[in-house]
Design a protein around this ligand. Structure first.
Ligand SMILES: [Zn+2]
Length: 354
């Protein structure tokens, strides 16, 4: 199959069905109570699945990429059309891979570029295909594809393929390395856009706590909350006042000190009480210092046995239920004792262990 000879105007019109489909999916999902982990999975599987036809055929325009990204962003944060909401983590940070402290949502632009490399792969790896023969005969005319350049005499589609090639050559520094990159994305004789995506997406610094937070033993909503907490991205009162909200900074659990991340989760007398009970139950040392606790779990809890998994699940469940109790006091006006919270944590942890 060759590159269809659409022109730019026709391609512009064909973006609209893509955007309409994505919008319809997102609106449908918004009516369901989905957690963040589920939302990320849906975006990666369905949105990028819908995007596959267009993404593999044309370089999406910046405006389209921006619209798709906005639809995904509003869906994840639960922002309704036309409304605004304070979010405490930028989209770029949130969509980073899990190892880098995000929830792993694909970048629309990089995914589009990775899919377009399919055409280059076909030229290099399938020279016997009708399309490759046609391109070699009528466009390349015996020259290497790496030397091809955009031209008004060529179709808009072919020029898009050349732009992708130029991007790869610039990124890799040489034509031969770019070709090697393209060939490296072959698995079982087929081109794998996912492998190319990993090569061309933005690179990020890894975070040491990611294996702890995103452990399979941990409840996904606890992972998300833990990820936000460990990056100080929760709407704690100190974070809200930093953004200009006129609030009195007082911890809602002890009502005696200001609320910040360290205090709320560790040094607050109420949280300390919960941690003391849970850490003796989990048989892990207790520390009021967040970094120390994370390092301890990181260094000693890499085991795959159910006890180690339980300890990781218990750690994240404790963070989650302390935050949950704080929110229940603010938004529902209800209050639970530290014993009641410990019972919930132990129950969830036992379920995850077995
Ligand atoms: Zn407190």
């Amino acid at each position: 199959m060759g590159l269809p000879l659409f022109n730019a105007r026709l391609a512009n019109d064909m973006y609209q069905p893509l955007l309409d489909k994505i919008k319809a999916k997102v609106t449908h999902w918004t009516n369901h109570c989905l957690r963040y982990a589920g939302k990320a999975t849906l975006i990666n599987s369905v949105i990028f699945g819908l995007n596959n036809f267009w993404g593999a055929s044309v370089l999406l325009r910046k405006g389209v990429v921006k619209k798709i990204t906005k639809l995904c962003k509003d869906f994840v944060w639960g922002i309704e059309e036309g409304s605004r909401r304070h979010v405490f983590m930028g989209w770029k940070s949130l969509s980073k891979p899990r190892q880098a402290g995000g929830i792993g949502i694909k970048e629309v632009l990089s995914w589009n570029g990775a899919q377009m490399v399919h055409w280059l792969w076909k030229l290099v790896n399938r020279p016997e295909s009708i399309w490759a023969k046609w391109v070699h005969h009528y466009i390349l005319k015996g020259t290497d594809f790496c030397l091809a350049s955009t031209s008004v005499s060529h179709s808009w589609y072919w020029n898009n393929v050349v732009k992708v090639k130029d991007f790869l050559v610039t990124r890799e520094g040489s034509q031969s390395l770019a070709t090697k990159w393209i060939l490296d994305c072959t698995k079982h004789g087929k081109f794998k856009a996912g492998m190319m995506y990993e090569l061309i997406r933005d690179s990020y610094d890894l975070v040491h706590w990611a294996p702890l937070v995103f452990d399979k033993a941990v409840v996904p909503k606890h992972s998300f909350m833990g990820m936000m907490a460990l990056q100080n991205s929760l709407p704690t009162i100190d974070n809200l006042t930093l953004r200009g909200l006129p609030l009195v900074n007082r911890c809602l659990l002890c009502c005696s000190q200001g609320e910040d991340l360290e205090h709320l989760f560790f040094s607050c007398p109420f949280s300390s009480l919960v941690w003391h009970k849970i850490s003796s139950w989990l048989q892990v040392p207790y520390s009021a210092d967040l970094a120390q606790v994370v390092n301890w779990f990181q260094a000693f809890l890499k085991g795959k046995d159910h006890i180690s998994c339980g300890k990781r699940a218990g750690f994240l469940a404790t963070l989650y239920y302390i935050w949950n109790e704080r929110n229940a006091r603010v938004f529902k006006g209800t209050m639970s004792s530290s014993e009641a919270i410990c019972i919930k944590i132990k129950f969830v942890t036992r379920c995850r262990m077995y």
